[in-house]
Design a protein around this ligand. Sequence first.
Ligand code: PLP
Length: 407
Amino acid sequence: MPRPSLSQRLDAARARRVGHEAVRVERVVDGREGNRLNIGGQDLLAFCGNDYLGLSQHLDAVAALQEAAAWHGVGSTASHQVCGHHALHEALAEAVADWLGYPAGLVFGSGYVANLAVLTALLGEGDACVQDRLNHASLLDGARLSGARLRRYPHGDAEGAARQLALDPEAFSMLATDGVFSMDGDIAPLRMLALLARSHDALLYVDDAHGVGVVGPQGRGSVAAAGLGPREAPLQLVTLGKALGGYGAVLVGSQALVEHVRQEARGYRYTTALPPALAAASLAQVGLARAENWRRAKLGALIARFRRGAQQLGLPLMDSLTAIQPVLTGDNGRTLRAAAKLESLGLLVAPIRPPTVPEGQGRLRVTLSSTHEEADIDRLLDGLALALDDTGGGAVRPAHLLLNENP
Ligand SMILES: *Cc1c(COP(=O)(O)O)cnc(C)c1O
């Protein structure tokens, strides 16, 4: 038997992507100011970034990055345990831990790597990792890489989680969940999961990439919003690339847990440390996210306006109160046509297809930011009404008129 051919493999994968309308297109952004993107000479109003608080271009963060780069240069030159670990990493880890009320923190190069690192450092063969079916890919991949038995329960189903936890009563077990789910925008039933974790003696790990900064008192995330803390959720991941508008991630937990990960995680040891200038930028962004409640208040008002308008238009919204407001479209063809129609109207919304979401649950993943204005929301609603009107008739009552009728 000859070896399988590489070119046949590539051709088969390409044919499958094309056949399923699953080809991903990367947009080349030439410039950006807030939610205004310039792509190929066209100005687009974007509802697809995760810069929920508008901190990615904040002048304080940019100035902090520039100043730190002037002192420390661009790269960190080494991994943390060689000589790449700077005072700015220490300060950032401490600031995030202090904000969320945890004793210790550890900086990672990205959220994806952090989850692989944390799960492989804490789990091994013979252990169990119980996860929500819709958890982020990095949590699922981390569990697989660890060699632990991965057991998944239906989305948001605490009873399902309990059944899965009961299957390995003698194995060391972790219960891992997104705080805010990245494609649905809903929040995990954390109080129930925390009770379960306690009664089954499992470690609860919450990846709150889309919650920290956006929900909870002072933006402390979905764990704090549920009235929980380090006792109930001993380990949390905060990503810096979403609401904080930077790049990287910080793990927070007890001294013992964080020290274990620092010592054991390959995803921490065998990679170059985050550039210190990026740590400086994130430090500034953490301060802003923590202090400036008006950003969350404004975002909350925009979310409410969007949901009110979408409900009046009869758009298929999901059960989300966060900045992620998906509009269900179903199959790939419809998802792509709707996104293309929006784009022709100058609106950029990400079409999300399987395998990122379950089969048949394609959607337009609308994300809102405190940098949007009410008029932007109304423009989006008008566009969605047109883009989702499959009758071809087009004329749907403009959303802003409806909103003004019923403020
Ligand atoms: C985005 C995201 C990650 C990955 O974080 P990056 O810093 O972008 O690598 C991990 N978990 C969740 C839930 C996310 O949404």
